[in-house]
Write a protein that binds this ligand. Structure first.
Ligand code: SF4
Ligand code: SF4
Length: 802
């Protein structure tokens, strides 16, 4: 490594900070530090003349490491790094410290102490800089193709978007036809628009002969670059972001998509009848069938579970185009895609487990999906709500809300769309059959979307009745074939027995059946309710922790159609951004393993939140950990986990942590005991920043060492801090459930607990060590914690190291 020549640039923030910090003393101190080749003072160094000063020093090779004391570190770090790179220096040889918000503002009442702390902070930055090494960028080739899993509203939307942008798109749907749950829904709230219309492509090139977005008439299948694979599922995913190798299993349709002319002769001769899942099993279909109204593909399919195959083969004989082949076998296709979008939607919860509602026992207790099929003119009852028990029109209908949702016995969450579905169905029935008596039993009506409240008002005006209460039991009177819904009206405080011909259960919406299996195949996570988990719903919606894999629509949480479409657009744009250059360029700020030291304990592959570590064979039964440079996010959680110190971060080596610990504790200048605070770069450091920005004061003896994530901290770092002179140690990280690296905060907590036990064993008070979990806006809490820790260690007295 070349000899480090550090340039130190001290910004006085337009002359503000020197009123508190003694810049003369700072400059003289910095000049005396070995390895410092240049010290410059100015008003700002991240733009204008100040930045030019840095660039000139780099160009003339006076310096090869840059330390800047600036006031807006995040912005300045980016600007300075880019400028030095243009000047010929690796952009990672820059360290920026904030002596305003970490020093001048919070300690403005004690300028001497503040100056001493500034010296310590700058010294730590210099010592870290001296040990910095250039970090390269790597390029990973990526293919411009995307796999979309799930052919419902969201999946079709995302697939269409990407195909229109020029990507090769594979849309894989496990059912024989596209459309998903939405295709069965007849109409959508709050516009009462046709479900089939809304789900189809908006693309100008795809819509032919019509301005309506109708799936019958638009050429979804004609969109260039869009390959639709129905009756198919993903069974294996290998490779990585930019270059996934996906194995898709395609079940045989037995009917050739190119030959079938949808003449319907086959169904007329097929002798086998089966319950029609598309019509919620309220009607029957043949073993060879097609969904009506038609959705893509307009081609018949044979139900392999029902068909008698060669024992019958009547359809083969009658087919005029010889489209049917009963010997077809499943196919396996390998797709090479750069990115994957999951849009597998959600499904209705099976309410038969809720014994008091007798679903599955009383035929006239149905779900919303069953009612939706009845209300479809193409459906099993031709658009009339009937009692399935005898087929008679239902004149009295009671809706029961929150069935299996907002109920800790089944699903604690609110499914968010069921209130609106009940309102939609109630108004549809009222419009077509105004004499129908309709009652909705609800806990709260949640009509929170745009125009949803009008929809609710419309239902009331039409005469739909509302009873606030969750029914306790549904009883069947066999004498009259009437259902009786027992419910306590919470507003009127009386028990009601509502007579009904049909009871409609607004069931919870739950994750698709194969969500768990697919999550395992893709290596992504599910949330506590079993839906696919976004990396960060606020900051990185539709992303998962695995680069290149995105999620959208109802697979993330139940959504109405406009929201699912928006979500799908977002996922499509993210996938497009990810692949548009045909390569992924990444700074190698990642972990590296010294394989000679690796003891094959297998801790790190399990701990890495991004699945970036694998074990590779080294011969004779020995394995060693290996980090994927593409997948690694550089958090350091693995570093904190490795028991033998075999892993380190390129951007924060163990020697740099140690050097900073020593430097921060080398200068005191206060009468108070020194406290070292390890803070993560995310919420922890942001809380420290915000405390200074808001000019909250705390003692200057508290020194902050920033690490990428508190998960990197090991017990020996804490002991090292005590040994170097800290009387107390704080670990300041994100909230455990808000950690930017998922598990880092939790891992740090475990390390803190272990270190406390060790301290106790050494006769050192464990109270000298504490972990704090904060968010950005909790600068006040950081200031309070810093004060409390200082008072605590003052009370404990000087640390006695045996
Ligand atoms: S630094 Fe973080 S992301 Fe990278 S390998 Fe280690 S644990 Fe995984
Ligand atoms: S934690 Fe350390 S020793 Fe264990 S497998 Fe990973 S690198 Fe090897």
């Amino acid at each position: 490594m070349e000899e480090a020549k550090v340039g130190v640039f001290l910004s006085d923030c337009g002359g503000q900070i020197p009123k508190i910090l003694d810049f003369e003393a700072l400059t003289n101190f910095v000049k005396s530090v070995p390895g410092v080749a240049l010290v410059a003072r100015g008003s700002e160094f991240w733009r204008g003349q100040g930045l030019q000063t840095i660039v000139d020093a780099v160009k003339t090779k006076k310096i090869n490491r840059v330390v800047v004391a600036e006031t807006v570190p995040k912005i300045s770090e980016v600007a300075i790094s880019k400028a030095v790179e243009r000047a010929g220096l690796n952009s990672h040889l820059v360290e920026v410290v904030d002596i305003k918000d970490h020093c001048a503002w919070p300690h403005r009442d004690m300028p001497k102490e503040a100056t001493e702390k500034a010296k310590a902070m700058i010294l730590a930055a210099i010592e870290k800089a001296k040990l910095m090494e250039p970090i390269d960028k790597a390029e990973f080739p990526s293919v411009k193709s995307v796999l979309v899993i799930g052919g419902g509203v969201a999946g079709m939307q995302a697939a269409e978007d990407l195909a229109e942008m020029g990507f090769q798109v594979y849309l894989v749907e496990k059912e024989p036809f596209l459309g998903g749950l939405a295709a069965k829904a007849v109409r959508f709230f709050p516009t009462d628009d046709c479900a089939i219309c809304i789900q189809s492509p908006a693309s100008l090139t795809a819509v032919t002969q019509t301005s309506r977005k109708c799936v019958y008439r638009s050429g979804l299948s004609e969109i260039p670059n869009l390959n639709i694979l129905t009756n198919a599922k993903v069974v294996k995913v290998e490779g990585g972001p930019g270059n996934f190798k996906v194995t898709v299993e395609r079940r045989p349709r037995y009917v050739d998509e190119k030959k079938c002319v949808a003449c319907d002769l086959c169904t007329s001769v097929c002798p086998v009848e089966s319950p029609d899942e598309y019509n919620a099993r309220l009607s029957k279909r043949k073993a060879i069938y097609i969904n009506k109204p038609l959705v893509y593909p307009p081609v018949y399919v044979i139900d392999a579970k029902a068909c008698k195959f060669h024992a019958c083969a009547k359809c083969v004989e009658v087919c005029p185009t010889k489209a049917i082949n009963l010997d077809k076998k499943p196919e396996h296709l390998t797709l090479n895609v750069g990115s994957i979008i999951v849009a597998t939607g959600f499904r209705e919860y099976d309410p038969s487990v809720i014994k008091e509602y007798h679903y599955g026992e009383y035929p006239d207790v149905v779900t919303h999906l069953e009612l939706a099929r009845m209300l479809d003119a193409f459906g099993p009852t031709g658009g009339v709500p009937v009692r399935p028990s005898d087929g008679k029109p239902a004149k009295r209908v009671v809706f029961v809300q929150c069935v299996g949702s907002r109920d800790r016995r089944w699903n604690p969450y609110c499914s968010s769309i069921c209130c609106m579905i009940s309102l939609k169905h109630a108004t549809m029935i009222k419009e077509a059959f105004p004499d129908t008596d309709l009652t909705i039993c609800y806990i709260d009506i949640r009509a929170t979307g745009r125009e949803h409240e009008y929809y609710y008002e419309k239902a009331r005006e039409m005469g739909v009745k509302f009873v606030k209460g969750r029914p306790s039991e549904i009883i069947h009177d066999p004498a009259t074939n009437t259902l009786i819904v027992e419910v306590e009206d919470e507003l009127l405080r009386r028990l009601l027995e509502l007579e009904a011909d049909l009871v409609v259960l607004a069931t919870a919406m739950v994750p698709s059946e194969d969500a768990k299996e697919l999550a395992q195949i893709l290596g992504i996570e599910l949330d506590q309710d079993g839906f696919f988990k976004e990396y960060n719903a606020k900051l990185r919606p539709t992303e998962t922790k695995r680069r290149g894999i995105f999620i959208c629509g109802g697979s993330v949480f139940p959504k109405d159609v406009p929201t699912a479409s928006l979500h799908a657009h977002s996922a499509a744009v993210k996938a497009a951004k990810f692949l548009m250059n045909g390569k992924i360029v990444k700074d190698l700020r990642v972990a590296v393993v010294n394989q000679d030291y690796c003891g094959n304990c297998q801790f790190c592959p399990v701990t890495c939140p991004y699945g970036a570590i694998t074990l590779e064979p080294k011969g004779e039964g020995h394995f060693a950990a290996k980090v994927s440079e593409l997948l690694c996010e550089g958090c350091g959680v693995c570093v904190g986990t490795c028991p033998v110190g075999a892993i380190e971060l390129r951007h924060l080596k163990p020697s740099q942590i140690s050097a900073q610990i020593r430097a921060l504790l080398a200068v005191n200048g206060t009468s108070k005991p020194l406290v070292l605070a390890f803070s993560c770069s995310e919420c922890g450091h942001a809380a420290v920043d915000s405390s200074g920005m808001a000019m909250m004061s705390y003692p200057a003896n508290v020194r902050v060492l920033r690490v990428p994530c508190t998960g990197i901290i090991q017990v020996h770092h804490i002991l090292e801090a005590f040994k170097a002179g800290a009387q107390g140690v704080m670990v300041v990280g994100c909230k455990p459930d808000g950690c930017h690296y998922e598990v880092g905060s939790q891992k740090a907590k475990q390390k803190v607990e272990m270190a406390k036990m060790l301290l106790q064993a050494y006769g050192i008070e464990p109270e000298r060590l504490e972990m704090f979990n904060l968010v950005f806006v909790e600068g006040d809490k950081f200031a309070e914690a810093a004060k409390a820790m200082t008072e605590r260690v003052e009370k404990l007295g000087p640390l006695q190291f045996a």
